[in-house]
Design a protein around this ligand. Structure first.
Ligand SMILES: Nc1ncnc2c1ncn2[C@@H]1O[C@H](COP(=O)(O)OP(=O)(O)OP(=O)(O)O)[C@@H](O)[C@H]1O
Length: 487
């Protein structure tokens, strides 16, 4: 031991000859004396050999397999670790052993669950885009590609390659042969279920009853992002061909943070679908289905209060100066607004100007609704999604989509449907309906990765019924959430 230490120091010296030797020796000795073994709480004093000890094991690992198989011990009814695979994360941690009983995973009890159910608690990837290997010009082998559709669930078994990951479709039989690598725990690029271990069910001693399904290639997150960027650049260039700019005259513009964005309010409200598609109508119907349960935020405005209005009921009324200073402040101190700018009480997730008055929805108003144990219904602008799509609010985003142009005309023209954000507007013209339909397609193309569900607002009654049913289902079932929300 002593010899190897000296050798090592000499090696280092020969490369970094200028380094002072005592400092090197000191660093080396310090590192060598550190204990890098995982720390396990000491066995309670007095616990006998026969007594059960509960270990709470915390494994922090990257996108790699846990490297363990599990089985249901029918005698005890407990889920136990069948094997620890050599070299896997569990093996390296030294924290888990074959025969250990698993009582809960990420806080969720597993007693009585079939191993299959536990496998269903694996972190998996829900696809936020579709992929057809037949049309991808860069895939190294088309036959090896795994086609998938948006919403499909995949298990990524290898994410070592920067461009092509290996994946299994979740309905494919999971390999159980212990001689083959256990499917990887999830990289989960975007979203995953709330539960989380990475184990594979196995019957002890069976050594693999199911023939493993070979993993196939899917684009990595990095690759897909590059594809998306390129697609948008091409699209933009096709729409506005670049003009040649003299390099001498070109100076990049520095965005002015303190300028107030002047967006028309009806644009500001175009989040859950294009304006005019029926978001507010559907929101109204959902609220009416259970007014005790659903509620909406009270927006802020700088316009004059009308005689019949009550502050805090229809709107929260603020002077234009107050609203402006708060909006400007949040642009200057995007993160620390509450501590750095004591006058700013509101953080507007969206704001805009309509007919000379400011309107906005504040984060605090949303929280107020939630704190009253109500489900907060919003129809935000797409720009607001990044502010509200947080671990704190955990929104469920439903896109209200336009049906085809023919159905738009059939359903809206007959009903004399008209915009509701302004008063006394004439019914939609065919031209306006075309705009709504086109905007719907553009929004879906651009923001579909934010959507948890899509409802096509064709027949209004059917769309409302679907929304009400979906709202009930959301409350019953676990949802997919971004990775960061689960911890
Ligand atoms: N499926 C439908 N069939 C017929 N009319 C509809 C349908 N959905 C909504 N409408 C009507 O379309 C009009 C616009 O709906 P709504 O106000 O809810 O749209 P919006 O998306 O909230 O847009 P805006 O912000 O312009 O109000 C209303 O008259 C509404 O009753």
């Amino acid at each position: 031991m002593q010899v190897s230490v000296t050798d090592h120091v000499n090696d280092v010296k020969s490369i970094y000859y200028a380094s002072p030797q005592p400092a090197l020796l000191f660093s080396h000795d310090k590192v060598a004396c550190e204990d890098y073994e995982p720390r396990i709480d000491p066995v309670p004093f007095g616990a006998g050999e026969e007594e059960t000890i509960v270990k709470i094991v915390r494994l922090i690992k990257n996108n790699e397999p846990l490297g363990a198989t599990i089985y249901l011990n029918e005698r005890t009814g407990c889920v136990e670790i069948a094997r620890i695979l050599h070299g896997g994360a569990a093996y390296r941690s030294g924290l888990l052993n074959a025969g250990d009983e698993i009582h809960e995973i990420n806080g969720e009890p597993v007693r009585g669950l079939e191993p299959d159910k536990i496998v269903a608690m694996l972190l998996k990837v829900r696809c936020l885009f579709s992929f057809d290997p037949g049309t991808d010009e860069h895939i190294p082998c088309r036959e090896a590609g795994l086609p998938f559709k948006m919403g499909d669930i995949l298990e990524i078994v290898n994410d070592e390659d920067a461009t092509w990951w290996q994946a299994l479709r979740v309905e494919d039989p999971v390999p159980t042969n212990i001689d083959t690598p256990v499917p990887a725990a999830p990289p989960v690029p975007e979203r995953h279920s709330r539960s989380a271990p990475a184990t594979t069910p196995a019957t002890p001693g069976s050594g693999g009853a199911v023939t493993p399904v070979p993993a196939r290639l899917v684009p990595s997150k990095h690759y897909q992002e590059s594809v998306e960027v390129m697609r948008r650049v091409k699209l933009r260039e096709a729409r506005n061909p670049p003009r040649s700019i003299s390099p001498c005259r070109y100076s990049p513009k520095i965005p002015k943070q303190t300028r107030l964005k002047k967006t028309m309010y009806h644009i500001v409200q175009s989040g859950g679908g294009p304006p005019g598609i029926g978001r507010n109508e559907l929101k109204r119907r959902l609220k009416a289905s259970n007014p005790q349960h659903f509620d909406e935020v009270v927006p802020y405005t700088s316009r004059e209060k009308r005689p019949h209005e009550e502050d805090g009921k229809e709107y929260n009324f603020l002077s234009r100066e107050e609203m402006e200073s708060q909006i400007i402040a949040q642009n200057i101190f995007p993160v620390t607004i509450f501590t750095n700018y004591p006058n700013a009480l509101n953080r507007f997730v969206e704001y805009g100007e309509y007919k000379g008055n400011l309107y906005g929805t504040s984060l605090e108003s949303i929280k107020t609704v939630i704190q009253r144990s109500k489900v907060c219904l919003l129809a935000p602008h797409t720009q607001a999604l990044k502010f509200i799509r947080t671990a704190e609010l955990r929104p469920y985003i439903i896109f209200i989509k336009a049906p085809g142009m023919e159905r738009m005309k059939y359903t809206r023209l007959e009903q004399h449907a008209r915009a509701t954000h302004t008063e006394n507007t004439p019914p939609f013209s065919a031209e306006e309906l075309r705009d709504i339909t086109e905007m719907s397609a553009k929004m879906e193309e651009r923001y579909s990765h934010f959507f948890d569900a899509v409802i096509v607002n064709d027949d209004l009654h059917e769309a409302a019924a679907e929304l009400i049913k979906l709202a009930a289902k959301i409350e019953r079932e676990d949802q997919w959430v971004p990775v960061g929300w689960a911890y």
